[in-house]
Design a binder for this molecule. Structure first.
Ligand code: CTP
Ligand code: MG
Length: 394
């Protein structure tokens, strides 16, 4: 049985997101295919110790919140409590605090809007609360010069930046001190640490992280999407091909003729490298395998060179709207020695595929059919995208 969690993380997600300007509350706005709330929750289930997760949600979105929690938490979903928020962030945190389990002695409060906060930041805050017993907040130095101004935008002074820190979440506290501070609060504070300090408690800083920025404006949302990459139209594929050596055949490998080398047997020219690439490309595109497209029954393919298969495979992918991003192949064999012609082979294969192809070789240390020299194995992987070429990879 899993031990009862002694840490609770309250994720406040009950705001409306006025500045983001979407119809739905901010936590339910998608960022690269998943909601801001799902992104924020993902990290919590990567923590080493079990935690009670309390999501404070808008009253209109309690069911949607339970669905999001179930999606992210999977079998851990029973560790998630969903509760309804209040009109202010402070009221929402108070609602979350009321749902903390009895065994919990440390509470972290986190903004769902800081959806990309790394796991390490939770660990840093949690460890510091446990080792010091104080309130702990993550902060970053302020990069811009800060000015004080009056209501008419007259600049009054430059503030000494070295005294300032920009504060993030999660903010962590000993449970009983935080509960008492909330019970005693008679004013609105801009964060939990201010409320905690107002009740006479000590608050200390640990390092923040730029990834923990708060998604507030449409620009922040674009930045988060840029950091996460495109809504993953990326797919990988794998292909393996084996051919036996046949001294009666010329060697064709990686699209090249290798004079003086023992050839490979097969219905076609036996070019295991080209065939493995075809299978990797088809596998990545979800289009089956080489045997399904180019059967040995096709007489015109008897003796066909590997590049014929490559061109036809690339056409199949193009028709399916799939773009090849790169291919990597490794040959396992005692011969031929590939390195003298590696650049030539890579250039030829890259032209055929329309994307970079890298070629490597190894032996199997005398073991198996590749070790005894009976045959040759080629293994290829391919990366493709069906979402257009992602920015930054053009
Ligand atoms: N929050 C909340 N309950 C509220 C207000 C805010 O739980 N009544 C949460 C938000 O969901 C967010 C975090 O507090 O995760 C930080 O607030 P903020 O970024 O200001 O979010 P919103 O208040 O939703 O946005 P805005 O101020 O632009 O309306
Ligand atoms: Mg707000």
């Amino acid at each position: 049985m899993t031990p009862e969690p002694t840490t609770a993380i309250i994720v406040v997600a009950a705001g409306s997101g006025t500045r983001l300007g979407h119809a739905e509350p901010k936590a339910f706005v998608p960022v690269s295919g998943r909601s801001i709330l799902e992104r924020a929750l993902e990290t919590l289930f990567e923590l080493a110790e079990p935690v009670q997760v309390i999501v404070v949600a808008p009253s209109t979105h309690l069911d949607a919140t339970r669905v999001a929690a179930r999606t992210v938490a999977g079998i851990m979903h029973e560790a998630v409590t969903v509760t309804v928020g209040g009109p202010t962030r402070q009221a929402s945190v108070a609602a979350g605090l009321a749902a903390v389990d009895p065994a919990v002695d440390v509470v972290l409060v986190h903004d769902a809007a800081r959806a990309l906060t790394p796991r390490a930041q939770f660990v840093r805050v949690l460890d510091a609360v446990r080792s010091t017993g104080h309130g702990i907040i993550p902060g970053l130095p302020v990069a811009d010069t800060i000015k004080r101004r009056d209501a008419a935008d007259l600049v009054l002074a430059t503030v000494d930046r070295s005294e300032l820190v920009a504060v993030q979440t999660p903010q962590g506290f000993p449970r009983t001190a935080l509960t008492s501070a909330y019970a005693a609060a008679d004013a609105e504070h801009t964060d939990d640490a201010a409320l905690f300090a107002a009740a006479g408690n000590e608050v200390h800083l640990v390092d923040g992280d730029p990834m923990a920025f708060k998604i507030t404006t449409p620009w922040d949302l674009r930045r988060a999407e840029g950091l996460l990459g495109s809504p993953s139209g990326l797919r990988t594929g794998v292909g393996v091909d084996v051919h036996a050596f046949d001294p009666a055949e010329p060697l064709w490998l990686a699209g090249l003729h290798w004079p003086g080398e023992v050839g490979l047997s097969g219905h076609s020219d036996g070019d295991a490298v080209s065939h493995a690439i075809c299978d990797a490309l088809l596998s990545a595109a979800g289009l089956g395998d080489i045997g399904g497209h180019f059967g040995t029954a096709e007489a015109h393919l008897a003796g066909a060179h590997g590049t014929v298969f490559l061109h036809r495979t690339v056409e199949l992918l193009r028709d399916a709207g799939v773009t090849v991003l790169n291919v990597a192949v490794q040959v396992i064999s005692n011969r031929p020695k590939l390195s003298p012609r590696r650049a030539e082979a890579e250039a030829l294969l890259s032209r055929a595929v329309g994307a970079p192809v890298s070629l490597a070789a190894t032996t199997s240390d005398g073991l198996g059919f590749t070790g005894t020299g009976e045959g040759l194995t080629a293994i290829a992987t391919a990366l493709v995208t069906s979402a257009g070429v992602p920015s930054g990879r053009k």
